[in-house]
Design a protein around this ligand. Structure first.
Ligand SMILES: [Zn+2]
Length: 240
């Protein structure tokens, strides 16, 4: 009977909606795994970057130390020359040179301190990143394993629901109705059949002509919403 076909169709739709939800979940898993792998790569990259930064800082440090050592030598020379000054002009120029050297010495001493602070900070950061790397690797592995399990679980659940659908579908007398339902469902946000208990389409909420409403309660013919095309099912049939 058509009434029963519609009822079975409605059961099939309930399963289809469940399958859709599970499929959405299933389809999101590869992206989640990709994100986890990406996060791990980021962590590893941070370690490499920090190592490079430290190398770079150490090079700068060595440059600054060389400069300071040259300044020190120059200051000693300046001091020696001071003892054998012959003219006032010589004395002036030596003093000027000394002042410049001392200013440079102060500048590079501060710079060295700054670099040392940065090295200390970066070294600490590197050590933290290295310490936590193993945990990140392990938790990533564990999460990916869980996602893979979840993936299999969802596939099994979907398969079970598909089987259930097939078992219901064999009871449907007119298989063409299933094809129609599937086509409507595809074009109408996953809802091919709507249950109604008043003369209003449960899909697009348009008002239905009273005659149609009365007719479809008889369950002798399939009625479609004139606006959205969905199959209309009188609520009384599924409550029977
Ligand atoms: Zn409608």
């Amino acid at each position: 009977m058509l009434k029963d076909d519609l009822k079975y169709l409605y059961e099939i739709q309930k399963l289809d909606i469940e399958i859709d939800e599970l499929s959405t979940n299933l389809e999101s898993i590869p992206e989640r795994i990709r994100q986890l792998t990406l996060d791990l790569e980021k962590h590893k990259n941070s370690i490499e970057k920090e190592k490079e930064a430290i190398e770079h800082l150490k090079e700068s440090k060595s440059d600054v130390e060389k400069k300071l050592s040259n300044i020190k030598i120059a200051l000693e020379k300046n001091k020696k020359k001071e003892k054998v000054i012959k003219t006032g002009r010589e004395g002036e120029s030596l003093l000027k040179e000394k002042e410049n050297l001392m200013r440079d010495e102060e500048f590079y001493t501060n710079k060295l301190k700054e670099i040392n602070d940065k090295i200390e900070k970066s070294t600490m950061n590197l050590s933290n990143l290295e310490d936590s790397l193993e945990d990140v690797i392990n938790s990533t592995k564990e999460d990916i394993k869980l996602y893979n399990e979840k993936e299999q679980e969802l596939k099994n659940e979907i398969e079970e629901l598909e089987d259930k659908k097939k078992r219901i579908a064999v009871h449907i007398e007119d298989p063409a109705i299933v094809k129609k339902y599937e086509r409507i469902r595809e074009n109408r946000d996953g809802v091919g059949v709507v249950v109604i208990d008043k003369p209003i389409c449960g899909g697009c909420f348009v008002k239905l002509p009273q005659e149609i409403y009365n007719e479809l309660k008889r369950g002798e013919e399939i009625y479609y919403c004139e606006i959205c095309g969905r199959i209309l099912l009188w609520k009384g049939f599924i409550d029977e």
